[in-house]
Write a protein that binds this ligand. Structure first.
Ligand SMILES: CC(C)(COP(=O)(O)OP(=O)(O)OC[C@H]1O[C@@H](n2cnc3c(N)ncnc32)[C@H](O)[C@@H]1OP(=O)(O)O)[C@@H](O)C(=O)NCCC(=O)NCCS
Length: 174
């Protein structure tokens, strides 16, 4: 068992590092159909997840894995893209960060549409880019316990898929 990571006295709940960002979507973000490019939505979500992970661990972080991104509705030029994000789970050096993405027309009060959800695996790294331990996540509410439980399921599946693919490839040629 490794030593607990110094967290500067602060209790690192999901609420401690939660981040929300809002960005207007402009013409340069459009694809050939005139809607916002899916990659632009992922970029905003990744930036938000990076801010959350950095706030949780206080270190540099890198995106190691993106999974389960589901696009539910298109985002249009002229929408404000809202991203809300929090840490769902932490391992030794990795953190799963969930991001909810919503859009609303900039000039109308029609309410926000849920357009996508994504899960990012962020890893805390040192100056050399090597993984370093992160502080414990203190999960208190029933909702956060559900997110942590579901994040553990996704982690199990990620690792199992990776192991199965690697086993099927056999030893790496020298
Ligand atoms: C992410 C990175 C630091 C991991 O380095 P590594 O030498 O593989 O380190 P480890 O094997 O110790 O993995 C670190 C953590 O990531 C997790 N991880 C890495 N790849 C994973 C995968 N495919 N699935 C699930 N977990 C994974 C490990 O389980 C480990 O978690 P833990 O410490 O909480 O148990 C390294 O691969 C890297 O720098 N990647 C590039 C990141 C980057 O540039 N991102 C931006 C892309 S534009």
């Amino acid at each position: 068992m490794s030593e607990p990571v110094e967290s500067g006295g602060a209790v690192r709940t999901p609420a401690y590092s939660r981040v929300s960002l809002a960005v207007p979507m402009r013409l340069p973000e459009a694809n050939f159909s005139g809607n916002v490019h899916g990659g632009e939505v992922i970029k905003q979500a990744d930036s938000t997840a990076g801010a959350v992970a950095r706030r949780h661990c206080g270190n540099r972080v890198v995106t190691a894995y993106v999974d389960d991104i589901v696009f539910l509705q298109p985002v249009r030029v002229g929408d404000i893209l809202h991203t809300s994000s929090q840490v769902n789970w932490v391992g030794r050096s990795s953190m799963e960060v969930g991001v909810r993405i919503e859009a609303e027309p900039i000039g109308e009060l029609t309410g926000r549409r849920h357009v996508a959800t994504a899960y990012f695996l962020m890893v805390a790294v040192n100056e050399e880019g090597r993984p370093v331990p992160v502080p414990e996540l203190v999960v208190e509410t029933a909702e956060d316990q559900r997110r942590q439980r579901e994040a553990e399921i996704r982690r199990t599946h990620r690792l199992a898929r990776k192991a199965e693919i690697e086993a099927g490839r056999g030893p790496t040629p020298a």
